[in-house]
Design a protein around this ligand. Structure first.
Ligand code: SF4
Length: 363
């Protein structure tokens, strides 16, 4: 419920059918509304001109497709856009659009803030406000796609989604999975699970749950340290589920991969902390020990910020780290930072609204 109204953006078609039945309307109206909200990306019933006027006003009394408010938008030199939205109870939600030549990516939030205290992440400084509803998760994509392509216009080359914005997606598991199911509908945004990646800091029981889903997205596990001593410090969730437990869950997940699929470990490189030769060697050994073969390592140069005690690794050190992994048969890629200048890059989401940022729109 949003201000007493039901937020239909988080409804399956079957739930909309129930709503129509309740108000004495035929079932097919539910499908019209689902397409209006999800496929045409309309944010008010008044715009759904295929519905009779009386129905538009009747449903408008009890439901809404628009719970989030777009507060501001920042555009980076590299074309990345950061959207700062608010929930009806005033909680920040950040979503990042990252354009690229052959595919665009939207990095969305699963929670407002985050309760995990990863030491290299600005979102951690916010703490957790609350988990987002399924509707609030889906609505982020609707707002971003409308901004980039115009209301209802098709996306030219599809969109990839990554659950790597604010929050730990596996601590909001049910709403996340519901949102992804809604978004994969052919009558809706039609973003199929293969184009979605969910990133976890290591909520081990949920990795097993995720592995058992029939149609599941890709998985990324944020690792950032090859042993407990270092990971306890960088990612305190490791004190709850340690590296070995995490690796066992990763192996269980690996066994469910289909032909040609791989999954990802993310490794944030912090200058002088976890980027040395010994760390790369120890990481390769760890993967070997757990017989993890269908993995790739995404090396993420740390995005510095005043409140964080780390510096990025030297570029030569990043290359060296990658080469050591590759020389031991581990695929490794260096992720290019995007949107650093507008606090949109990895680990930088902290609802920043400084006026010196380039703010293109304020709504
Ligand atoms: S890196 Fe992810 S899980 Fe860790 S504090 Fe930041 S948002 Fe939370």
């Amino acid at each position: 419920m949003m201000n007493g109204k039901q937020h239909v953006t988080g409804f399956f078609p079957a739930e909309l059918v129930d709503l129509m039945t309740e108000i004495g309307e035929p079932r097919y109206r539910a499908h019209q509304i689902f397409r209006g909200v999800q496929q045409r990306r309309l944010r008010s019933f008044d715009e759904m001109t295929d519905l009779p006027l009386a129905l538009r006003s009747k449903i408008g009394e009890i439901a809404t497709p628009a719970a989030l408010t777009l507060e501001s938008k920042y555009v980076s030199e590299d074309g990345t856009r950061r959207f700062l939205m608010r929930t009806p109870d005033g909680r920040p939600v950040e979503t990042v659009y990252i354009p690229s030549e052959n595919r665009d990516t939207i990095c969305f939030s699963s929670q407002s803030g985050c309760q995990l205290k990863c030491d290299f992440c600005l979102t951690a400084k916010l703490g957790l406000f609350r988990s987002l509803t399924a509707g609030e998760i889906v609505e982020q994509m609707i707002i971003v796609l409308n901004d980039v392509y115009g209301v209802g216009a098709e996306t030219p080359h599809g969109t990839n989604l990554v659950a790597m914005g604010e929050g730990e997606p596996f601590l909001n598991f049910e709403n996340l999975i519901k949102a992804l199911e809604i978004m994969s509908s052919e009558e809706g945004l039609f973003i199929v699970p293969g184009r979605v990646t969910v990133s976890t800091a290591g909520i081990v029981p949920r990795i097993y749950d995720f592995a058992s889903l029939d149609r599941r997205p890709n998985l990324a596990i944020s690792l950032s340290a090859p042993d407990d001593e270092l990971r306890d410090k960088l990612m305190p969730i490791n004190r709850r589920w340690n590296v070995n437990e995490l690796m066992r869950a990763a192996k269980a997940f690996e066994k469910t991969l289909k032909r040609g699929e791989r999954f990802t470990f993310e490794y944030v490189l912090l200058g002088g902390v976890n980027d040395q030769v010994v760390h790369a060697e120890s990481l390769a050994r760890l993967l070997k020990k757990h017989d993890l073969q269908r993995v790739k390592i995404n090396l993420i140069p740390h995005n510095p910020a005043e409140q964080l005690p780390y510096r990025p690794s030297d570029p030569e050190q990043v290359l060296r780290f990658k080469e050591i992994l590759e020389s031991r048969g581990v695929s490794a890629y260096i992720r290019r930072p995007r949107g650093r200048d507008i606090y949109a890059a990895c680990g930088q989401l902290a609802a920043k609204t400084e006026p010196n940022l380039v703010q293109i729109a304020s709504v």
